[in-house]
Structure formats: C-alpha cells, structure tokens
Design a binder for this molecule. Structure first.
Ligand SMILES: [Zn+2]
Length: 281
C-alpha cells in the first residue's frame, strides 16, 4: 500500500515535471502562472543547498543524479565510506558529474561516543576509500545524526575537514510521502538565510525523498530561490562569498548557464556542477 501511494506521487511529480518542460518554464525566469506573473529577478529570495546523506545507493543515487542534472541543480552528497566501497561506480559518477562529495564516516556511528582514535579512523578510512576508487571529494564532512561536540569538532578540523550540519531537516527518514517531504522542506525555506536541506539517498524511504526533488526545485525556484553548493569552508556559494556577483548570478539563475572554465580551486569559484574535475586532496 505504501508503495502504491509512493508510485502515485511519483506519477504526479513526473507529470508536473513534464508539463514544466513543455511550458519551457526555466528557473527564476519571469514566468506567468495561474496566480499571475512572478517577478523575474534571479535569486531574489536567496539561496538553497540540497544535501543527500547515507549513499551512494545503486538504485536511488542514479535516479537522483538524473533529476538534478536535468534541472541543473547542484548538490552535496555526504557518502558513507563502506557504501562507497560497495558501489564505487555510483560514487564516481556523482563526483564526475560535478557534484560535491563529502565524508559521512565509514560506518555511520555517533562520533561523540567514539575514542579520538576511532573518530580519526572513521574519517581517514572513508577518505582512503574515496581516493582508492578515484572519487573526487571536497573537505566537507557531516557527522552522522548531527552528533558533534567540541572534541569531535577539533578532531575533524585537525584532519582538514569542515563539519557541516543543516538548517532544514526534510524528515524523509521518518517515512513520509513525497508530498510530505516536499512540504517539510518548502515551508522551512527562509529568504536570505542559510538554507541547507537534509535529505537521504541511502535510507529505506529514499525513493519518496528522491521523488520529492522535482517539485521542491520547481517550487523553490518559483518563489525566487536559486540552488547553489557549499564551498570547502562550508559556506553557501553566493555572490557574497565569491565576490563575483555577475558570474554567480548568471551561473545560478539561467536554465543553461554559460560560465567561464575555471579550475576547481581557482580564484573564481562559482558552482561547477556539470564539469568533470580532478581529485581534491
Ligand atoms: Zn547519515
């Protein structure tokens, strides 16, 4: 029964997405809707970062990649090292498509309960796996369950990693429908605030969470938000963080951004979600 309901939502979202394609409704463009014309200034409400934890999953992650790339939405994937080891091709595809990959430990423990040595092992072993499998990764790290204290934070930063939490919990792990998950995200978006959304591509309810993404993207863009990514310091990449308003606004706003080719760690660092890149150290 649950699957029946999920499938229903997937169909509804699919139809909605198809309708948008037909209408050619690009993100953050002036768009006429039944409610009237939506003002066209790009990113007028600010920025949103989507993050997906606990993958990679052989089934859900590829599905999610297609949804995101089709819509030119950047995202951060906080991967579990042991899952990278069992699906290295999927992990590599995520990074090769230009998405950010972060460290979500080897076996998803609550780090605050581990010894210093074990915390380091969890992070280093995951990093080694990503290197072995040639998965490009960033300095971003997310503690499982958001479990972090001063001791763990120091251990994490001593390894050169940046701990990143979230501001919006989609609660997809609780088991809600796509509709509930989308609503949970959209009702908590705050204009001109740090909007970092937590979803999962590697848990039981991930099919519903992934199916919620097209609607979240469409609706957030309609409300004037742009999607962006996190830099290695864990900050949202916006005109304020890059100092290059024009390049970022162009990259984030248009349906088919044309931005200058820059290196991953170049002086200019707009999001580059669809460009292959080399391994980060
Ligand atoms: Zn997790």
């Amino acid at each position: 029964m649950v699957w029946g309901r999920l499938q229903g939502h997937v169909v509804v979202l699919g139809v909605l997405a198809a309708a948008l394609v037909v209408l050619g409704a690009g993100p953050a463009q002036a768009t006429t809707t039944a409610g009237g014309t939506v003002a066209g200034r790009p990113c007028r409400s600010g920025y949103v970062v989507l993050t997906f934890d606990d993958g990679p999953s052989r089934t859900q992650t590829p599905r999610l990649l297609k949804i995101l790339t089709d819509r030119k939405v950047p995202a951060v994937f906080f991967m579990v090292g042991s899952r990278v080891a069992s699906a290295p091709n999927v992990a590599r595809r995520v990074a090769a498509a230009g998405f950010e990959v972060g460290n979500h430990t080897w076996s998803h423990p609550l780090l605050t309960r581990l010894s210093d040595r074990d915390v380091r092992w969890q992070l280093q072993h995951t990093r080694r796996q990503l290197r072995t499998d040639r998965v490009g990764f960033t300095r971003l790290m997310r503690p499982p369950y958001g479990g972090i204290d001063d001791r763990v934070r120091r251990l994490v930063t001593d390894l050169g990693l940046t701990p990143v939490l979230w501001t919006i919990d989609s609660r997809d792990w609780v088991g809600g429908s796509s509709r509930q998950i989308a609503r949970e995200i959209l009702t908590h978006l705050r204009p001109h605030q740090r909007n970092v959304v937590l979803q999962h591509d590697g848990v039981t309810n991930s099919p519903a969470s992934v199916a919620a993404v097209p609607y979240v993207v469409h609706e957030a863009r309609r409300r004037g938000y742009c999607f962006t990514r996190l830099n290695d310091a864990g900050r949202m990449v916006t005109p304020a963080t890059t100092g290059d308003h024009r390049a970022v606004a162009t990259a984030l706003a248009g349906p088919a951004p044309v931005i200058p080719a820059v290196r991953r760690y170049g002086a200019l660092d707009p999001w580059l979600p669809f460009r292959g890149r080399t391994l980060a150290s």
